[in-house]
Design a protein around this ligand. Structure first.
Ligand SMILES: Nc1nc2c(c(=O)[nH]1)N[C@H]1C(S)=C(S)[C@@H](COP(=O)(O)OP(=O)(O)OC[C@H]3O[C@@H](n4cnc5c(=O)[nH]c(N)nc54)[C@H](O)[C@@H]3O)O[C@H]1N2
Ligand SMILES: Nc1nc2c(c(=O)[nH]1)N[C@H]1C(S)=C(S)[C@@H](COP(=O)(O)OP(=O)(O)OC[C@H]3O[C@@H](n4cnc5c(=O)[nH]c(N)nc54)[C@H](O)[C@@H]3O)O[C@H]1N2
Ligand code: SF4
Ligand SMILES: [Mo]
Length: 678
């Protein structure tokens, strides 16, 4: 690229967002000057969110980390000195070797999630490195684990319908999903569906941007969706709205489900869910008579004690009404199954010296740091900000403060987690890397080529773990490879969805669509043990779970009167962007939405500062009195940083390390609290 010239180059949005947009980046003098959507991309169609439109402010942010740092002050402060990469590598390899010879490699724990969704940088060379070390395995369950387990028990795979087909849907349930903030292109498709006559119903605990966009909003009490789904089934069955020939051909356990649904008449479901009887009946009748109908299942459901079961119960509905296989009919929670790549080849689990190495659930980081045996003595954090996003912050931070814990954090910024680091390493932005991106929603793979030079002394995750592997003296044929080589390994998999798809095509076109060639996997192929949609699941019975959907209430004792749902916000992605002024200003400040009745009962007014507390911790926050939540419910939005935000306190000091009913998922939203005015 010559300087002084203004050019537009192609990029991909790297963030943990279902849309995985294609970007057009305008460059001048080898510098990014503006970012837009790429109109040629079949799904993105030129539209992107406001967060990423200003991504150049993040890449060129004055606070970008540009060289390695070593802690010089006590843990919990931000006192660091500059060091060289040589010094950083030397200290890390020395510590790793000592950990291994002292108490074994299990005392080393990687902690990562999807700060960057690129296959190489999220689950590539890092996985290979930690497998080769024999470090403790991390169960990456903080996001969608519960729902995926419930979905898979029922359907056999994380596969739904092609979102491009949802323009054909005529009745849509947006269930526990804040689409307008978290999946804007699904909103585009459904807006088109609405133009063609579809009705869109939003079922949520919070009247938010998505409720305002939808045709109807049904407020529900947190963690009661299983009861609503069973109540709908009760009516579908009683009023003869089920598709009996589909059920006979493609499902197991319809008889058992009939018996179970019998136990959920509308009056009882109304008491559990807080939804009026007539609304439940109308919802079931509309869903049972409209076709094609589509359910977009969101993360709000699965961050609960009973989250796996909620998703399982909901995904029984399209089977009852025979919607799979119909263009625009069915459901979509995630589509990761279609874009599966050769993870074995890139992650190399065969390098593990001991296959029985322990694994640690990332939702229990606090407990792992404080009580694991053997202790975790070396923590390596990358692509994640656990001092904000992990539950039970007081435990997490107590663990991170341990004097005998050695912590490395690799990030683009001095996040709240870096306060506890012994060594901080500077990460490249995705614009500086070559990588491969799949989406967990749409069906396109995209290749990303670097569009700017590496800034300062930053290194990508790929380069960091490659070089660390080499410094450890690991096999050059496994570690000393290029990004292109690893991308080719990822693509080398015999699956119908990748059939004929090549690196060359991706390089030439920028993207390629997975070959699904039908509305969804189902019902032609149902990869459950029985080969059918399992309304009754023997596997669940074996796992000690109810084999047919059953409503189990949330678990916290009601001594704390309010249920607190602390979800993400519109302008950040999890805690990413929480240090950017423009986006912070749009979000103003952390607030707790409260029902006006509850506020009056406590003598609280809009704008009052309160202390929310429970037996795990406390958090000061401002109250927003509005009728956008049911009585007894509090909703906050945004995972705010404490560092750089006067008066902000971690919302996750209130949430629990308790795991969901299945999949080892997080239970962020099943939190009970009390509050008092300050
Ligand atoms: N702007 C933005 N976009 C994002 C993210 C972000 O932080 N900001 N994060 C990304 C990530 S990692 C993810 S996982 C997705 C998450 O995106 P979504 O799938 O939309 O999940 P959430 O926003 O967590 O929750 C969705 C909705 O569920 C509601 N909810 C909570 N509990 C219940 C319940 O018991 N029943 C029902 N029916 N509703 C409930 C919440 O009020 C919320 O409106 O978004 C991704 N995209
Ligand atoms: N209370 C509550 N807690 C939640 C949630 C909630 O709704 N409520 N949502 C949960 C969910 S769904 C999720 S997915 C998790 C998300 O939790 P995390 O995955 O930890 O997400 P982020 O907070 O975005 O942190 C990602 C970090 O990775 C860094 N990063 C970005 N790119 C790179 C890179 O290439 N290399 C390296 N080394 N670092 C990089 C970013 O700068 C950022 O600091 O949070 C969970 N926590
Ligand atoms: S954050 Fe999501 S909507 Fe925004 S540009 Fe990235 S992929 Fe697209
Ligand atoms: Mo997530």
């Amino acid at each position: 690229m010559t300087t002084n010239e203004s050019t537009v180059v192609r990029s991909v949005c790297p963030f943990d967002c279902p849309d995985t947009c294609s970007l057009n980046v305008r460059m001048e003098n080898n510098t990014i000057v503006s970012i837009d959507g790429n109109p040629d991309h079949p799904v993105t169609q030129g539209a992107i969110c406001n967060k990423v439109r200003n991504l150049n402010e993040r890449v060129y942010h004055p606070d970008r980390l540009l060289h390695p740092l070593r802690r010089v002050g006590p843990k919990g402060t931000l006192e660091f000195e500059r060091i060289t990469w040589d010094e950083a590598y030397e200290e890390m390899t020395k510590r790793i070797k000592a950990a291994i010879s002292d108490k074994g490699a299990e005392t080393i724990l990687p902690y990562s999630f999807y700060g960057n969704m690129g296959i190489l940088n999220a689950e590539g060379m890092d996985r290979r490195f930690f497998h080769r070390l024999g470090a403790s395995q991390l169960e990456r369950t903080i996001c969608n684990a519960a729902g995926s387990a419930g979905y898979n028990y029922t359907m056999g795979a994380s596969a739904g319908i092609d979102p491009e087909d949802t323009i054909h849907s005529k009745y849509v349930l947006v269930w526990g999903c804040n689409l307008v903030s978290t999946n804007m292109h699904q909103v585009m498709y459904l807006t088109e569906a609405r133009k063609r006559g579809a009705k869109i119903v939003h079922i949520d605990v919070h009247r938010n941007r998505t409720s305002k966009w939808a045709d109807e909003f049904i407020p529900i009490l947190p963690g009661t969706d299983t009861a609503l789904a069973l109540g709908m089934m009760h009516i579908l069955i009683k009023e003869g709205m089920t598709d009996v020939s589909f059920l006979e051909k493609y499902t197991t356990g319809y008889e058992e489900l009939i018996t179970q649904a019998e136990l959920y008449p509308p009056e009882k479901v109304s008491q559990i869910t807080g939804i009026p009887v007539d609304v439940i009946i109308k919802l079931a009748r509309e869903y049972g008579t409209a076709a094609p109908s589509f359910i977009r299942i969101g993360n709000g459901l699965q961050h609960h004690d009973n989250g796996g079961m909620a998703v399982r119960a909901i995904v029984c509905l399209p089977a009852l009404t025979g919607q799979w296989g119909v263009l625009g009919g069915g459901a979509l929670k995630g589509n990761g199954y279609y874009s599966s790549l050769n993870s074995y080849e890139i992650e190399r689990p065969d390098l593990l010296p001991d296959r029985n190495v322990r694994s640690i659930n990332m939702n229990r980081l606090g407990e792992a740091l404080l009580a694991a045996e053997p202790s975790v003595d070396f923590l390596f954090v990358y692509n994640s900000n656990p001092a904000v996003v992990a539950p039970d912050q007081n435990k997490v931070r107590q663990g991170l403060l341990r004097k005998d814990l050695f912590t490395v954090v690799h990030d683009l910024f001095l996040t709240d987690t870096c306060r506890y680091a012994d060594i901080v390493l500077p990460a490249t932005s995705h614009f500086e890397n070559r990588d491969l991106y799949s989406s967990y929603w749409h069906l396109y793979l995209q290749l990303h080529e670097p569009i700017i030079e590496v800034m300062g002394e930053c290194k990508s995750n790929f380069t960091l773990f490659k070089e660390l592997g080499m410094r450890m003296g690991f096999e050059p044929d496994i570690f000393d490879i290029t990004e292109e080589q690893m991308i080719r390994q990822a693509l080398d998999l015999n699956t119908p969805f990748l059939d004929g798809l090549t690196y060359e095509e991706l390089k030439r076109e920028g993207w390629a669509k997975m070959k699904l060639n039908r509305p969804s996997l189902f019902p032609d192929k149902i990869p459950t043990p029985s080969g059918k949609i399992e309304l009754y699941s023997k596997a669940m019975l074996r796992a000690g779970l109810p084999p047919v959907p059953e409503y189990v209430p949330l678990q916290e004792p009601e001594v704390f009167p309010y249920l607190l749902v602390s979800g993400p916000n519109h302008s950040f992605i999890n805690s990413t962007f929480g240090n950017q002024d423009r986006l912070k200003k749009l979000e103003k400040q952390p607030m707790a939405d409260m029902n006006a009745e509850d506020a009056a009962a406590r003598g609280l007014q809009h704008g009052d500062r309160v202390r929310i507390w429970n037996d795990r911790g406390q958090c000061e926050i401002v109250v927003k009195v509005a009728n956008n939540v049911l009585p007894g419910v509090l909703v906050t939005q945004g995972l705010w940083w404490e560092h750089g935000n006067e008066g902000v306190q971690a919302i996750n000091s209130l949430t629990s390390q308790r795991l969901s009913d299945m999949g080892g998922g997080a239970t962020f939203f099943s939190t009970r609290v009390d509050m008092e005015k300050l």
